[in-house]
Design a protein around this ligand. Structure first.
Ligand code: CP
Length: 316
């Protein structure tokens, strides 16, 4: 297995099964700090730089929270408009990264352009963690979702994941790459204009993912071990900021998960949503045993602790 030390986490494409398992093991070792609300001193000599060019509640704050839990330091920006990258100068990623790499030891970046984090990683002398790039990928979310399923089930092989929503979403791409490393079958459900692209289907075939596309969640609800959701009422992820207008549509039943629908599911079916949600995930599901998005939010801190400790070479 390759070492994580010094590595960029830009994509889940190419991350191997043994590497997921290694991250999960490190998560198990570090989770007690988060569970007990204690801060360690494992990264007390390290600084995280956050560079968020797009809004975020969970990813940035769980990344910063993870760094604090390990005793590390945090600097950075949550709004590029308050930097030279987001004002009149439109400073390039190359020039911006050449500055940020002097200010800390690892960079966590979200950007509205697909590929921008990969470009940043190309120029950076310190590890880059992709916290979402346009429609591209969201690997830290994928690690956290998969860890949560593994922790509950004790395995990933043999499970059936149902992915519902906008298949252009970065979470869907990262999860698809991850599923292919395990014996996981996938059912994709999306409006036609948000379906898997032909190029992405070619990639899925290349990585031997067993999958099908279906029209309505009713068709597969009974066999789902895990439901992975994204809104179909979406912002444009290629924009730095996308304000909501008045003409927000409603989600068709094909792509909605309700408490009533979950009566048809296996008793241990796990529902995941990276959040924020629109109307596709009924709040009535929140208080059921199927709601795993809250646990995932806790595990997002744990997995980021593990990734930070690994790429900074403090854990092997
Ligand atoms: N899960 C997630 O990416 O949420 P944020 O956009 O709030 O970071």
């Amino acid at each position: 297995m390759r070492s994580f030390m010094g590595r960029d986490i830009v994509s889940l494409k190419g991350v191997e099964r043994s590497e997921y398992m290694h991250v999960f093991e490190v998560c198990e070792r570090l989770a007690p700090y988060a569970r007990d609300r204690r801060n360690a001193d494992i990264l007390s000599d390290k600084t995280l730089v956050t560079a968020f060019y797009q809004p975020s509640t969970r990813t940035r704050l769980s990344m910063e929270g993870a760094m604090h839990r390990l005793g590390g330091h945090v600097t950075g920006f949550a709004d590029a408009k308050m930097t030279r990258a987001g004002d009149f100068y439109q400073e390039t990623i190359k020039d911006t990264i050449h500055m940020l790499e002097y200010y800390g030891d690892v960079i966590a970046m979200r950007h509205y352009q697909t590929g921008a984090v990969a470009e940043a990683a190309h120029w950076s002398s310190v590890p880059l963690l992709n916290c979402g790039d346009g429609w591209g990928e969201h690997p830290t979310q994928g690690f956290s979702d998969l860890y949560t399923v593994w922790q509950e089930r004790g395995h990933l092989d043999g499970l059936h994941f149902v992915l519902v929503g906008d298949m252009r979403m970065r979470t869907m791409h990262s999860m698809s790459y991850a599923m292919a490393q395990f014996d996981i079958k996938a059912s994709y459900i999306s409006p036609p204009e948000m379906a898997l692209t032909d190029d992405f289907k070619e990639e899925l075939d290349e990585i031997n993912l067993q999958y099908e596309e279906v029209e309505h969640i009713d068709e597969v609800i009974a066999k789902a071990d895990m439901i992975y959701m994204e809104p179909v009422v979406q912002p444009d992820y290629t924009k730095a900021r996308d304000e909501r207008g008045d003409d927000v549509g409603l989600t068709p039943d094909n792509y909605r998960v309700t408490r009533e629908l979950m009566r048809k599911a296996k008793t241990d079916c796990m529902v995941f949503h990276s959040l924020p949600r629109m109307d596709e995930l009924d709040p009535g599901v929140d208080a059921t045993r199927h709601a795993w998005y809250w646990r995932e939010a806790f595990n997002a801190v744990v997995t980021k602790m593990a990734l930070l400790a690994l790429v900074l070479g403090k854990m092997e």
